[in-house]
Design a protein around this ligand. Sequence first.
Ligand code: OGA
Ligand code: MN
Length: 306
Amino acid sequence: MFRDSFKYYKSRNPAPNLDDVIDLENPDHVKVRKIKANISDEQDENNFGLKPAEKWIIYELLDIPGLIFIQNPFTPNGQRYWIIKCLKDYSKEPYKLNIDAHNILANETWWEICFQMSERAKILLPKLRWSTLGYHHNWDTKLYSENSKSAMPMELSGLTSILAKTLGFSDFKAEAAIVNYYRMNSTLAGHTDHSEMNVAAPLFSISFGQTAIFLIGGPKQEDSANAIFLRSGDVVIMSGSSRLRYHGVPKILSTSRIPWDDNGEDNREIITYNYDDWRKARTYIVEARINMNIRQVLEPGQIVLY
Ligand code: OGA
Ligand code: MN
């Protein structure tokens, strides 16, 4: 049962045995199908921090049809760029944050307060748990509304559109995103994502920072669950019949490898970031995980929600 597995992996004392966690860096014992990337020319114009698609390693898990895994397709600079985006840009207006309700940000942003030495910074830093972009997910009603939306950040739509096209989902439109910010002791309870009008469209989940144990069950709470390691840069796509499965994050683990520190080998790379921003963001990500969760909300051809 999903709930039992969640409890098992969440436990600190005793700590769980991780032998059964699916590790797609060593897929020898996992039933997978290798997927070939659809190569398009668009890649050359702006790569959004992605390696050339010819180099991506892509699997579909045969026991979970429609669940697609791309092993970190990002360059080290790409990871830095997206980590900074999430921490500096996606954590302020016009996006919605969990800490808006606390009324603690006057005319300052979370980023401005948190990366200076102060007591306030220490308190505020771990309080950020999510932000919503595009159509804002309403956590209470679980509904999206035309009255509650911002524009989707162009670069995030662009990134998702490349991921989608490379997997053959050419009609995908990024219309809503949740950015989840995890500290080392954070979890995300089991749930299904069913608020979107269009649950036939795939859902894209991109992880940075420390490693997650991602738990995915079946359509019902009672179904058994599989645990999968998600490391920095990994992309999971919930498509087809996997789109409405129960899933959650029972545990964050410290990573031994830190791909964002590798030196970029590709000097054709065009993605840039501010080095001082990275110096700050790096101090955060050594004990945190960030997940960008991107959805299409509307049906094909639908223009507004009603
Ligand atoms: C979500 C979600 C999973 C993750 O935001 O709906 O399931 O890996 N996130 O953080
Ligand atoms: Mn989810």
